[in-house]
Design a protein around this ligand. Sequence first.
Ligand code: TXA
Ligand code: MG
Length: 379
Amino acid sequence: MVGVAGFEPATPASRTQCSTGLSHTPTKNAAYSVGFGRPQAAHLRILVTVETSLKTRILPAGTAATAAAADVLATGGLVAFPTETVYGLGADATNATAVAHLYQAKGRPAFNPLIAHVGDLAAARRIARFDAVATALAEAFWPGPLTLVLPKAEDCPVAELATAGLDTVAVRVPAHPIARDILRAFGRPVVAPSANLSGHVSPTTAEHVASDLAGRIDLIVDGGPVEVGVESTIVGCFARATLLRPGGLPRSEIERALGHKLEQLPADAESDSGQPLAPGMLASHYAPRTNVRLNADRIEPGEALLAFGPLRISGVDSAAAVMNLSAGGDLAEAAANLFGHLRALDTTAARAIAVMPIPHEGLGEAINDRLRRAAVGRE
Ligand code: TXA
Ligand code: MG
C-alpha cells in the first residue's frame, strides 16, 4: 500500500479510531510515501517501509533502559522517553528513514517540523546558528523548557525531512535527567515530538504513551509522570525574537531576560494551513474525543467538569465526573495535570467536558492555548 504518512489534522471520526488503539488494523511492511503538500518540498519525497505491529518494550528508567534507548536510536528505531515537559518520541535526527518512521508512527502531518534535542549548547551550535539574542536565551534557560527556532548551521546534520524543508531548525536542550542520559549515551541530535498520535493529547506518563503508540514504536522508557506537563515554549530568533508557542517557560521570564517584549505571531498564522511560520500550530490539536466547552460558568446536564480552584460553579453536584486541575488555584500544578485530566475525562462518556475559566497569566497562557486547541471546531 502506498499512502502519505501523516494524516490531515484529525477529524473527530479518525480520533475515535486512534484512541481505540490502532492495533486492530496492523499493516506490516507497507510502503509509505512521506511527502509534503508544498511544491518547494517535493524533492523530499522518499519511500520507506513502515511497521505498525511492532513489539513495544517498556523498561523502567535506569542504566539498562538508557543503553537500550541509545541502541534503538542508533539502529533507526523509535523510543519514547520522559522530558521535563511531556514524553517525547525520539528518533535519530540525522537519519531520514528513522524520521520518516516517526512521522508515520505518530500519523503526523508531514509539514509539521520537529524539534532537535541535544545535550548542551555546544552540540546545539553544530546544528544551528546562534546570534547574540539566541545565545543569551540559551545561556539563561538551557537546560529547560525552551525551544529556539534558528537558522540552520552550515552542514546541519539534521535530516531535511525533520525540518520539513525549512531553512530554520528548532533546537532544545531538555533538563530531564533521563532525557539527558539518553542524549549523552546516543551522542547525536534526537528529534522528539510529543509521544502521542498526531492531534491527540500530549502524554505526561508512560501509560499515556503506551495507550497511543504500543505496537508502533520499539521502546518506552518509563520515568514516571513528568514535572511541567505542557510542551516547551518556542521562540523564533528572527529579526526580532518572536513567541511561536507559549509553553512551560512563562513568557514573562523570557521577556525579563531579553529586556523587552517578545513579538507575537500574526493571528492568521494559527490556521490549519500548516505553512512554515505557523509552527505546526494547527487550530485543532491536543484534542480529546469528547467536546470541550471553555470558560464554563455552569455545568449542563450530562457534562463532566474540568475545574480550576474552588468548585464554586452551578450544576457541579450533577456533573458526570469532576476533576480539578488545581484545587488551590496553582497554575504549575494545573499544567502538570492538564493532559492527564483531559484523558481521564475523555473516558467518562460525558456529553462534553466543561472547563472552568483559567487565568491567563504565567503558565495560564500555555494552558489556555492547549485548551483552546482541544475545543476547536466542537464548541
Ligand atoms: O516540550 C516539547 O517541546 C516536547 C518535548 C518532547 O521536547 N516536544 C514537542 O514537539 O512539543 P512537537 O513536535 O510536538 O512540537 C514542535 C513544534 C511544532 O509546533 C513545530 O511546528 C514547531 O515546533 N517547529 C519545529 N521546527 C520549526 C521551525 N523550523 N520553524 C517553526 N516551527 C517549528
Ligand atoms: Mg505535540
